[in-house]
Write a protein that binds this ligand. Structure first.
Ligand code: GTS
Length: 211
């Protein structure tokens, strides 16, 4: 059985969970805390990050963008990336923006885990600018269209939906809902899909000291 190492808050893992669900690919979900010493992630990814997709032969794929490319190659229908090369590149650019917002949120999250006197205001401001700028770019790209790129649901919608819901977990005070009504409507439509409803992110308890 295909296995996916995931974590309850992970937007990167949620991308993969949604893609597998949208393609009706059965898999075993392994939920863990990659920050704790109990993690099995390093056994399957030398970079020690989840998500990790583990195939029946024990080989593994890691880095969510790469995992999604592997899934698209192994199980091409229904396609989640546009056939048109330029539309495909537009969808990949949306993934770059969405992943970049998530990356900035992760850096913010750990900076805020440091003792107050050790936290860098400049570093926090820098990450906050990336979140704000990325959201602005997503809102401009999405406009008021039904789907973020092209004429059907796909990768650009998956990554946009996952980063928006991730903000509720890691950056709940961010005012994106008042800033971008088009993203609020898009998020509501996407969250109604069974693949989204079955993978709603929630915080996790981290037992070990990380920073
Ligand atoms: N670029 C990676 C990022 C993955 C990532 O940062 N995963 C986190 C968990 S979560 O933030 O997604 O919940 C992790 O495993 N971090 C462990 C570590 O960085 O050592 C991807 O897209 O897969």
């Amino acid at each position: 059985m295909l296995k996916l190492i995931s974590a309850t808050p992970s937007p990167y893992a949620r991308k993969v969970r949604i893609a597998l669900a949208e393609k009706d690919i059965p898999f075993e979900l392994i939920t863990e805390v990659p920050w704790d010493s109990t993690t099995q992630t390093p056994r399957h990814n030398p970079l020690e990050k989840l998500p990790v997709l583990i195939f029946e032969d024990g080989s593994s794929a890691y880095e969510s963008r790469y995992i999604l490319e592997v899934i698209e190659a192994k199980w091409p229908e229904p396609a989640l990336v546009p056939a048109d090369p330029w539309e495909r590149l537009a969808a990949r650019k949306v993934e770059v923006i969405a992943d970049g917002i998530c990356d900035a949120c992760v850096l913010l999250f750990w900076e805020r885990h440091r003792a107050p006197e050790q936290q860098s205001a400049e570093w926090i401001a820098r990450q906050r600018r990336k979140v704000d700028g990325g959201l602005r770019a997503l809102a401009e790209t999405a406009g008021r269209r039904e789907w973020v790129v092209g004429e059907r649901f796909g990768l650009a919608d998956i990554v946009t939906g996952t980063v928006l819901r991730y903000l509720d977990v890691r950056f709940p005070e961010h005012p994106w809902r008042s800033q971008y009504p088009n993203l609020v409507a898009l998020s509501a439509r996407l969250e109604a899909r069974p693949s989204f409803a079955g993978s709603v992110p929630v915080p996790q308890v981290i037992s070990d000291k990380v920073v």
